[in-house]
Design a protein around this ligand. Structure first.
Ligand code: ADP
Length: 166
């Protein structure tokens, strides 16, 4: 059975992420969306549990996609899933440099681990979780940026954040 791991912080999941997950689910028998605790992103908008819940609701229509949470390094997590391949989206040249470096580090830790890249859909090359967070803070319309199932979660979280921070 071929298995893909789609890793990320998904803070929150966007339609760009979902596009990569959906395409991976057509190529691989099974897809694990792995939500990683990311030490370089210091103040996430959503907890790991909230992110996992939002991703689960967004991928519920894809029967071969499951959601996992990990606080391990991705290369360590992948060791536990035999033959798994990392699948990531590539938006631009700026993603490439970072991903190239990540791939080298992952290979250092887990030499058997392969990473495949799917080029981002043209509609979503501009889209990132940080852009969604920023837009939500300014009460901008999130239509066409995030799955409908989670739009309200983001709007509510941004309202709480605004109240707390004046
Ligand atoms: P972000 O970069 O938005 O904070 P993540 O760390 O959760 O997101 O990214 C996880 C993976 O999803 C990375 O491989 C990233 O390149 C990919 N990705 C993020 N946004 C998009 C998009 N709009 N289109 C395609 N792939 C994307």
């Amino acid at each position: 059975m071929s298995v893909a791991i789609c890793p990320g912080s998904f803070d929150p999941i966007t339609l760009g992420h979902l596009n990569i997950i959906r395409r991976a689910s057509k190529i691989f028998d099974h897809v694990i969306v792995c939500i990683l605790y990311n030490s370089s992103k210091t103040s996430p908008m959503f907890t790991l549990e909230e992110r996992a819940d939002m991703v689960r609701r967004s991928v519920s229509r894809y029967p071969n996609v499951e959601v996992a949470v990990s606080d391990e390094l991705l290369a360590e997590y992948a060791k536990k899933i035999e033959g798994a391949v990392i699948v990531k989206g590539l938006r631009a040249a700026s993603d490439f440099e970072y991903e190239f470096q990540m791939n080298l580090i992952n290979k250092h830790i887990n030499p058997a681990l392969e990473t495949m890249f799917l080029t981002a859909d043209g509609k979503y090359t501009f889209l990132s979780s940080s852009m969604v967070r920023e837009m939500a803070m300014y009460e901008a319309n999130l239509d066409g940026l995030v799955p409908n199932e989670i739009k309200q979660d983001i709007i509510q979280k941004a309202q709480v954040w605004r109240k707390k921070n004046g």
